[in-house]
Each structure stands twice: as C-alpha cells, then as structure tokens.
Design a protein around this ligand. Structure first.
Ligand SMILES: Nc1nc2c(c(=O)[nH]1)N[C@H]1C(S)=C(S)[C@@H](COP(=O)(O)OP(=O)(O)OC[C@H]3O[C@@H](n4cnc5c(=O)[nH]c(N)nc54)[C@H](O)[C@@H]3O)O[C@H]1N2
Ligand SMILES: Nc1nc2c(c(=O)[nH]1)N[C@H]1C(S)=C(S)[C@@H](COP(=O)(O)OP(=O)(O)OC[C@H]3O[C@@H](n4cnc5c(=O)[nH]c(N)nc54)[C@H](O)[C@@H]3O)O[C@H]1N2
Ligand SMILES: [Mo]
Length: 784
C-alpha cells in the first residue's frame, strides 16, 4: 500500500467507528450556532417587514448593500435586459415593477458576493483539512476564481490552465473501454442552450448516462402526468392562477420555497376565492402574508390571509385524502347534476366507470384511517371543490418524494378530471418545480431516458449516432460507482455528494471514481469528496455578463408554466478566468471528441447559432430566435391544455390504483427531510428557520407533543433516530434535538441534507426511482 492508500484506509476506519457509535458521520452542514437553540411560535405574516429586515441583514453580511439593491431591480425583468432569478421556477409577470422575494434576493446575493476563493486559499488548506469544515463555511468562502486540479502528492488543489483541464478530461474519456463508464450529472441551474450542448456532448460520446436533480425532485409528477395526460408538464399559466375559484396547495412550503406563489394566493383570497392547504404542517404560507411588493400593505402592516382551510394529513396520506374528495364528489353527483362534468368525462377521458367502482369499493373507514383526516374535514374540502367552477391543484415535494407518489399524483389528476378541470382557463394541474430551469433542462433533452422521436431528430439534425438504450439515473449512477463501473463523472452544477441519500455510501462510491469534474460557482462538499483525480471548473453565474466573440450573450430558461424567455446578466464576472457554461461544455467536448463534426467553438461564439439548431430538434421551438425575443418570450404548447392528450387512448386516462397502507407500525414514525427557510438545497445561509420559529439549530427533529411524551422526550433533548431501510439495513443518528411542533402523531420532520445519512440507497420508490426523502420508517428514542 502507498501512503495515500494507508491514509485513506485509516480515515475510512475512523469513519466506520464513528458510524458504529451512531454519531453524525460527517462534519456539520450548518454554521456554528451563534447562541443556544430557540423554538418559539412565529406569529407574524409571511413576507412583509420580517423578510425586508432579513434581506437587509443578509446584504450587510455579504457586503453587498449598494450593488445588491440596484441589481435586484433587474431581477425577473428580462424585458429590460435583466436576469431570471435563479431562486425558483415560479413564472415571471409583466405587471409588477418589482417581482422578487426575500429568498430570491438571498439566493442572488449569494452568487454576487465580493468574497473569492483563490489559489492561495487552496495552498493554505489541504483537501483533507477542508473535509472537517462545515458546508456553510465552505460555500461562504465566496466565488471560485480559476480552474483547479487535485494533486494527490500534496493533497491540495493546484491551478491548472483551461486547456490542460480540458485535455485531462478528454484523455480520461478517450481511455474508457466503453462510453457507459462515464456519467454526466446536472442540476437544474443550466440555461437551455448549455443544456442542449451538454446532452449533445453526452450522446455524441455514446452514452445516455445523464442523471439529473429531477431524479430526486419532480420525476414522480412528470411520470404521473405523462401517464394520465400524455405530457409530463403542468397545464396552467399565471393567467389561470388569477382566474381560479379554488386552489389546493399540497405538500409545498410556499413562504420559503416558492414565495412568489403568495401573491396570487393573497389576491385570490381578497377576491373571495378559496384556498385549501394540505400539509402535515401548517406552514407560514398557509396563514397570512404581506404581499411583498404591495407598498401600501407593507406600510400599513396589512396582512392578507392565504388560507380558508388547513388539512393536516398523515405522511403520505394525500392519496387517501384525494380518494375521499373523489368519493364525496361522486356521492354528491347522485343528487347534484353539476357535481361532476359528465360531458367532459364522456368526450375527453377513459376509465371513468372503473374508477367510479374503485372509489365505491374504498370505504370511508379506510379513507379516514389512511389519510389521517376526519370525514368532516374531507367533506369540507370536497364542498370547496364542488363550489368552485375552476380549480387548480398544485403540489410539491411533500407529494413527490414518497413510495406511492406516482399513484398519488395520478389520483390528484383523477380528481381534476371529475369536474373537467383540465384544459380550461383558471383550472388545471400545477406541479411546483424546484430549480429555476429544471423543466427547461428536460425540454432540451437532459434525461437518462430519452424518447425515440427525440433521438431520431437529434441524429438527423446534428449528424450524430446517439445510443438508444436508457442510461443511468442518479441512484443507478451511484450504484455503478460503488461497483467500480464509473471511471469519469461530470457534475454540471449542483452538489452531488451532499444532495444524494445515503451520505456515507455516496461518499465511498464517489471516492472510487477515476476522475470527477465539477462545473461550479462556489466551493462545496462535492469538491472535497472527489475521485482519484479531480477538477474544479469555475463558471459564470446567471447575474454575470457573458461576452463571446459575437458580443454579449443571453441564455434562455423555461419556467414552471412552460414560458421560455431570455435572461441576461449584467454584473462584472467574479474573476477574469471564468468561462460560461456553454464554453466549458464546448471545451470538454472538443477535447474528448477531437474529430467531432459538431461546430462546438462556432456555437459558443454566438448562442443564436445554438438556438437555430435547437429550433430544428426540439418540439415547440420553431422560430426560436425570434419568438424568444418577444416581450415575456413564448409559451411551449402544452397539448393537454388544448385538450389534446398524447396518451395511447388519445384521452385523459383515469388511474385505478388501490390505496397503499401508509400507516406506520406500532412505535414507528414517518420521518421526512425538508428545507428550512434559510437554505437553498445544500446551500445553508444560517441555522435559523424563521417561519417555524427556530433559531440556532438545524440538527433537530420536529415531533408531535404526545409522541414526545410517550418517549419521555423533553424539548431540545438529544434523540437517537434509527431508520429501517427497504433492504433490511438500519442506520442510526444520535444527537438530533427533539422539538415540539404542530404536526400529526406519527409524523416527524427535519432538514435535508443532514438527514440524508439516514436514507439507504435502497430506499427509493419503485414507481419513480426517486429516493424516499420524505418517507423514512424510523424509531426515535432518548439518546441514553
Ligand atoms: N428558498 C428556497 N427555495 C427553494 C429551494 C430551497 O432550498 N430554498 N429549493 C428549490 C427546490 S430544488 C425545490 S424541489 C423546491 C422544494 O419546495 P418544497 O416542495 O416546499 O420542499 P420541502 O421543503 O422539501 O418540503 C415541502 C413540504 O412538504 C411537506 N410534507 C412532507 N411530507 C408530506 C406529506 O406526506 N404530504 C403532504 N401533503 N406534505 C408533506 C412538508 O411539511 C413541507 O412543508 O423549492 C425550490 N425553491
Ligand atoms: N433528504 C433530502 N435530500 C434531497 C432533497 C430533499 O428534499 N430531502 N431534495 C432533492 C432535490 S429536490 C434536489 S433539486 C437536489 C438538489 O441537488 P443539487 O442541484 O445537486 O444541489 P444544489 O444544492 O442545488 O447545488 C448547489 C451548488 O450548485 C453550484 N451552482 C450554483 N449556481 C450555479 C451556476 O449558475 N452554475 C453552476 N455550474 N453551478 C452553480 C454551486 O457550486 C453550489 O454549491 O437535492 C435533493 N436532495
Ligand atoms: Mo428540487
């Protein structure tokens, strides 16, 4: 054994000892607490002055007050040359002078920070020593400034020229025995043009190994909508939000993760429309809000309620609850001719009669037991649904990250179909997306399972011979790494090491890879837990000016409502050495494919050229360059919205799944990992969670007071959490503090990514292959 291997073996033994003792396996994620933990109920409205104050504190911390506030005015104002907020995928509106939110501002400022990670920083800190830093501190060092390569002799990252970095990658790829020994991850940050080039490179290299963050995020919803409606996208746009009579918000923490949703919710409430929140927790967005840009409301502290009804089901009780709403609606239809839309059902759907029988066969007892909701509450929700001519149902990770998520979302669509709530103004299915361009990434071909039509078009237009077999998704990729089958891994944005389940397993798998390459803006865990060789390639962020030979470039993005529009950064780049994502992809591609006929360099000179090719390959992108320059861009046709269903039957298809048993066994709880208010996925701003009343604490577990009493747990008492995986293995985590919370019995919650260490790699849904990030089977005890 060489020194390196000896060192690694010793480190591994130490990690195993820690794991056996049930201690958190890895360094803390959040910053060192500034004081003792606190939990007190939050009594103020969401957004408003609390948010304004938080923003000011944050801008001061990041020393960005002046530039920050000026730049914010350009956010989501793409018409006047602004950039698309990278914070979430909520659609932009042309009516507002100022369309932004606290968390969007924090997210953008995080990118615009004045702090820098330089070669001197890497010379001062070995990679092993950086492993002991918490994730907050790694990212807080600021923006990456030049390409770096890992030097195993010194255990430091050292500078490398761009050309040499590309060559290192190219040589590694060309040395592979077969192209499937590489895998190309992306998180939904990439603009459309970069996404298109990235998938083109992957396929020209001969593999469909293209995992993406959607594999952990919204995969279930896409599959469900594809099966039920024939396309995997939502059917509503912002106009529909304004025209709805009722909105059902299921499993979304809107005030933190989609704050711009609060605006239509408050406006609907003021107009007397109905809003129902379905969530084990009553989140801040489900109470009242001060509309962020409503100056009068801000000045007068006038808060608008954002909810008419809060229903708190058990974890994964949503499908039974939807079945209950369907049952009540069908029962009503025997007396009330307009309870269901018979004409719509006859003309546009198939499978209704079987669905009706299935609903009749599902008893109220079963519905109440499985949903954890009383019959009265279900009838109340059903009565709001019946009373609304036009309903929107929107759902988030609280629905997507469960075992039976596809069945549950199809049940949501069943309920919409009953009253003809698809293909009409003010009505429809609205999946809440995650990353700002995760939907656009998929549209542009980022997927491990491309369709035959797409591949044929790509072959015809781009003159390549793409592989036809499905490639590896996120879970498939880590498992292949663990077997030693992946020699080259590229992470195009994101934080693969920390975002994935089974932290320990994922780290070990990543360390087996021959070469890991990350294209990033900030230092993160994935740079520290790396392959035998490793590259960090720093890129421009969305706020920065991208100048190529053909002048200043703009990238396009697609929001959650299928609107495609341009985004242009205006900031001076964080470092003169940064390259744009398209330029980096072109550099990697040319090095790996020296004889490629694809004009990589020519594309990068002027992104209009990429768009011209995209318009020939992608459905709905005809005349892309002209239409994307229209005010607000253009909307990709959503066939289901036009009542065109691309399903085998040509109709919307009812699903017929029996209710799964989701009631935890005696003594067990269902634990979910979610976001705090003060984080963006693996980026942790502080250890506060303002709307849930938490300060100075992330390693916690929210529990029902009676569940705590039964276990003799006091507030802030350390716990021992044991998770029971599908494959029979157990994982234990000690020291997370119990916190009393308004949450149903049998449900517990904590934060991602800290809780990822409890999720086994085998814990993924058999319907969507999504990790079960919100449905862990656990026991929680006092930590003796
Ligand atoms: N500020 C900020 N914005 C973000 C992000 C961020 O980290 N920070 N992340 C972005 C990304 S990538 C995504 S995917 C989205 C995520 O946005 P959300 O979908 O809001 O994500 P989470 O915070 O993980 O969890 C949402 C909710 O699920 C509820 N929940 C848990 N289990 C169940 C259940 O069984 N049924 C129901 N009905 N609800 C349940 C939880 O109580 C919680 O309120 O936000 C995006 N926007
Ligand atoms: N337990 C649990 N785990 C989860 C989840 C959960 O709810 N529970 N949620 C899952 C979900 S929904 C998602 S989407 C994934 C997120 O997984 P990822 O998308 O992989 O992770 P992020 O934390 O969003 O990535 C942050 C990093 O992106 C880089 N970055 C930021 N901006 C840019 C840019 O403009 N360009 C480039 N190239 N890089 C940039 C920065 O270096 C930053 O460190 O996590 C998943 N993991
Ligand atoms: Mo996500």
């Amino acid at each position: 054994m060489g020194d390196d291997e000896l060192f690694e073996a010793a480190a591994e033994t130490a990690r195993q000892e820690k794991a056996a003792a049930g201690e958190p396996l890895e360094p803390r994620v959040g910053p060192l607490p500034k004081g003792p933990p606190e939990s007190k109920p939050y009594t103020h409205p969401a957004a408003g002055w609390g948010a304004a104050k938080a923003v000011t504190e944050f801008l001061v911390d990041e020393r960005e007050v002046v530039v920050g506030s000026l730049e914010m005015l350009k956010m989501n104002q793409e018409n006047s040359g602004g950039f698309d907020c990278p914070g979430c995928a909520w659609p932009d509106t042309k009516d507002l002078a100022l369309d932004l939110c606290e968390n969007g501002i924090k997210h953008t400022t995080w990118e615009m920070t004045g702090k820098r990670v330089t070669r001197e920083f890497f010379a001062r800190h070995s990679v092993t020593s950086l492993f002991d830093w918490n994730d907050h501190d790694l990212e807080a060092e600021g923006r990456l400034t030049e390409p770096m390569v890992y030097d195993p002799d010194t255990d430091h990252y050292v500078p490398i020229r761009w050309a040499d970095a590309f060559k290192l990658f190219g040589d590694a790829v060309r040395a592979l025995e077969n192209p499937d020994q590489a895998s190309y991850y992306t998180s939904g940050r990439l603009g459309n043009e970069a996404s298109f080039l990235y998938q083109l490179m992957t396929r020209e290299l001969g593999t469909n190994n293209q995992p993406d963050c959607a594999n952990m995020c919204t995969e279930a919803g896409s599959r469900a909508m594809l099966d039920s409606l024939g396309t995997g996208k939502g059917t509503v746009d912002l106009k529909d939000w304004e025209a709805a009579d009722a909105v059902f918000v299921i499993g979304i923490n809107a005030a933190s993760n989609a704050p711009r949703m609060l605006t239509p919710l408050a406006q609907l409430y003021r107009a007397g429309k109905k809003i129902v929140h379905i969530n084990p927790q009553v989140e801040a967005g489900a109470t009242r809000t001060i509309i962020p840009h409503d100056i009068l409301a801000m000045a007068t502290f006038h808060a608008t309620p954002t909810s008419n009804l809060d229903i708190q089901p058990r974890s994964a009780g949503d499908m039974a609850l939807m079945r209950g709403i369907a049952k009540a609606t069908l029962e009503l239809s025997e007396r009330d001719d307009h309870a269901i839309d018979r004409e719509f059902l006859r003309r546009h759907t198939t499978g209704f009669d079987d669905y009706r029988r299935l609903v009749e066969d599902t008893s109220w007892d079963e519905i109440v037991h499985q949903s954890g909701v009383t019959k009265e509450d279900i009838l109340q929700a059903a009565s709001i649904y019946r009373g609304a001519d036009r309903s929107i149902i929107t759902w988030g990770l609280g629905v997507n990250q469960h075992e039976h998520a596809v069945d549950t979302i199809r049940e949501i669509i069943n309920v919409l179909l009953l009253r003809g709530n698809i293909g009409r103004e003010g009505a429809g299915a609205a999946p809440n997306r995650g990353h700002s361009n995760v939907q656009g990434n998929r549209t542009c071909g980022i997927t491990n399972a491309p369709t035959r039509e797409f591949l044929n078009k790509l072959a015809e237009v781009c003159g390549i011979d793409p592989p036809r077999e499905d490639g590896l998704d996120v879970i498939g990729t880590v498992e292949a790494m663990d077997r030693g089958d992946i020699k080259v891994f590229v992470g195009m944005a994101g934080n693969f090491a920390l975002a994935l389940p089974d932290t320990r397993y994922t780290y070990a798998a990543l360390r087996k890879v021959g070469l890991t390459v990350y294209v990033s803006t900030k230092l993160n865990r994935s740079h520290i837990v790396h392959g035998k060789r490793a590259l960090i390639l720093p890129c421009l962020g969305r706020t920065e000016k991208d100048v190529q030979r053909g002048g200043v470039q703009r990238l396009s993005v697609e929001d959650g409502d299928s609107m495609v529009h341009l985004s242009q950064g205006n900031q001076h780049p964080a470092s003169p050495q940064l390259l744009s994502e398209p330029a980096i992809i072109a550099g990697l591609a040319r090095a790996a494919l020296p004889d490629s006929a694809t004009p990589w360099e020519w594309y990068v000179e002027d992104y209009d050229r990429i768009r011209d090719t995209m318009s020939k390959v992608l459905y709905g992108f005809e005349d892309f360059n002209r239409r994307v320059r229209l005010p607000m861009g253009f909307r990709i046709k959503q066939p289901a919205r036009e009542l065109v269903f691309l399903t085998p039957s040509g109709r919307a298809e009812f699903s017929h799944a029996r209710l799964p048993d989701v009631v935890p066994r005696d003594g067990r709880l269902v634990l979910g990992a979610m976001r705090s208010h003060d984080q963006w996925n693996t980026t942790i701003y502080t250890d506060n969670d303002r709307y849930r009343g938490i300060h100075n604490l992330r390693t916690l577990v929210f529990m029902n007071a009676e569940d705590m009493d039964e276990r003799g747990l006091e507030e802030f008492q350390p716990t021992r959490i044991t998770a029971y995986a599908k494959d029979g293995t157990e994982r234990t985590l000690k020291g997370f503090l119990a916190v009393k919370h308004d949450i149903p019995r049998g449900v517990a919650a904590g934060y991602m990514p800290e809780l990822n260490q409890l999720i086994s790699i085998s814990d993924y849904s058999s319907q969507s292959e999504q990790p079960l990030m919100k449905q862990l089977d656990v026991t929680i005890e006092q930590d003796a």
